[in-house]
Each structure stands twice: as C-alpha cells, then as structure tokens.
Design a protein around this ligand. Structure first.
Ligand SMILES: [Fe+2]
Ligand SMILES: [Fe+2]
Length: 293
C-alpha cells in the first residue's frame, strides 16, 4: 500500500523533476510534436509519477495560503541562513540529487547548463545566459527543510480568488483562504491592474531566487526568474486583471525564456569542465563573490 495517499507527507515526489515532467506534458514542445518526438518523452512519464504529481498539487493548493506566503517571505527574505560563493551554491543544489538513483546524478546542474547553453547558442544577451544558469537556484529551499510543495510547482497569486486555469484547481477546496470574504474575491487584497510587484505569489524557488538576484541582473532577467513557473499567466493569461502595462511588456521576456526552461534537452551537451571558464567569467561579471541565502 502506498504511504503517499494515506497521510499528508511533504515528499510525494521521488524527484523534484517529476513536477517539470508534468509541466512538459501539459505544454509539450511544439517543434517536438511536429517531429513526433514527443511520444517518447510522454512514455517516460509513468502513471505512478502522475499520482505523485497529483498528490504534490493537492498539498500545494491546500497549504499555500496568503498567511503562509507572508510568513515564508519574512523568514527567507532576511537572507540570514547562509553565505557562500555561487559555485558552492551549485554544489549545494546538487545535493538535491537522490543518491539511490545513479541516472539522476548531477541532474540539477545539467538542467541549468542545458538551459543556459541553449540561450547562449541562440545569441541572446549574456545576462539572459546567466539567468538560464541560476533560474532554479532557489531550489536550495529544499535543503533548508522546506517541503516540496513550498519549493516547486506552478505559482499563482494568493490573497485573491484562485483561477480555474491553475493546474488541478479542484484542490483549492481545501485551502482555507477560499472561505475568507476578502481573499476569495476576484481582486482580493489587491487593486485592479495594480501591477504584479504588488501581488504576492505562492512561495517557492522563483520568488526566492528573484530576491536573491534583484540587485544584480537587468529587469527583464528578473521577470524571467520571478515568474518562470507562473504558468496560469504566461500560458493561460488568467491574471491580466492584476497586471499593469509594464508587466505586459516585461512578460514578453518571460515568454522568451520559458521554452528554454522546458525544452532544452541537448544530448550533445558540452562537459562542465569545458564550459567552466566561460561561466566563471560570466558569474564574476554580474554577481558578487558570495551570495546570501
Ligand atoms: Fe524553475
Ligand atoms: Fe528550470
């Protein structure tokens, strides 16, 4: 009997990547479909994984409340947990790899490099390459003991009505905020088109890395970091009523970034040793010697 469905456990996913596989199934690569490559990827996404992802979203939608988000922000945005060089942060991130599965060795780093290298190969600005490299750095939250549902998953605004365009909307029935007379309304605690900078999104690796990087990276890159998992907006346009004109303009960059995050799987990826000199220089150009977590 599966333990996963019996009680609330904070680890329904075997790997954090199971969430990303689910996103990929929802939003398949259009070019892969054209080449009929997609079926192979779908085959890798098993029924068991589907169940864990479902369970993952059940917990995510139940516990990501307005109060939870404010509490996590107060805690983590003080950046008083740890200070380390960026490269140690990558090593730290790689500890997320499940030791029991040799195939996932260095997966987190591979995903980051595949994303950044695809951006570089397409000739985008170097700060966007850097965004590719660091966009999932916020997943170190797992190593500070945060549950999977508070680190990854689609993000969405809290403090106002949950859109039915968010994946598994039915699970919001267990979120206490739907009974709050303000939070359950269309605009909730916000004003029409107040701008996303005034809106609290569910807590996770996106918001965390945005705050970590906000003094160092140009604004379009910050939008990419902060909203890369906000699928109900960048794919479904469910929250136009909270966005201002500047957000709409900046979301063109989020749209530009998203396919690199989802679809850059290069079987002929250069090795880290080969790429290291370029990335060391890039990191030194934009980021301080140590980062605060
Ligand atoms: Fe991410
Ligand atoms: Fe990613």
């Amino acid at each position: 009997m599966s333990v996963k469905t019996s009680v609330d456990t904070n680890t329904p996913l075997t790997h954090l990547d199971e969430w990303e596989n689910d996103v990929l199934e929802r939003y398949p690569d259009p070019s892969a479909i054209a080449q009929e490559k997609a079926t192979e990827e779908f085959r890798n996404y098993s029924a068991t994984e589907k169940d864990s992802v479902r369970e993952f979203y059940r917990l995510n939608h139940k516990y990501q409340t307005y109060d939870y988000v404010l509490q996590k922000k107060a805690d983590y945005l003080a950046f008083n947990k740890k200070e380390m060089p960026v490269w140690s942060a990558f090593d730290f991130l790689n500890e997320l790899v499940d030791d029991s599965d040799p195939d996932t060795d260095l997966d987190q780093m591979q995903h980051l490099l595949q994303t950044s290298e695809a951006i570089r190969n397409d000739g985008h600005p170097d700060w966007m390459v850097l965004v590719g490299l660091i966009h999932d750095m916020g997943k170190v939250l797992c190593l500070f003991g945060e549950p999977q549902w508070g680190v990854v998953g689609d993000t969405f605004p809290v403090g106002c009505a949950f859109s039915d365009k968010i994946v598994y909307p039915e699970f919001f029935k267990d979120n206490p905020d739907i009974h709050n007379e303000v939070y359950s309304t269309k605009y909730g605690v916000y004003q029409p088109n107040c701008g996303l900078n005034n809106v609290h999104l569910s807590w996770g690796h996106d918001e965390y890395v945005y705050h970590m990087m906000k003094d160092y990276i140009p604004e379009p890159g910050l939008y990419m970091l902060r909203y890369h998992s906000f699928y109900s907006q960048h794919r479904e346009k469910a929250y136009n009523h909270l966005m201002d004109e500047h957000d709409q303009e900046m979301f063109k960059w989020v749209d530009l970034f998203n396919p690199y995050d989802l679809y850059s799987k290069n079987p002929n990826q250069k090795s880290w040793d080969e790429l290291k000199p370029y990335y060391q220089e890039l990191v030194a150009k934009y980021l301080p010697v140590t980062l605060k977590f």
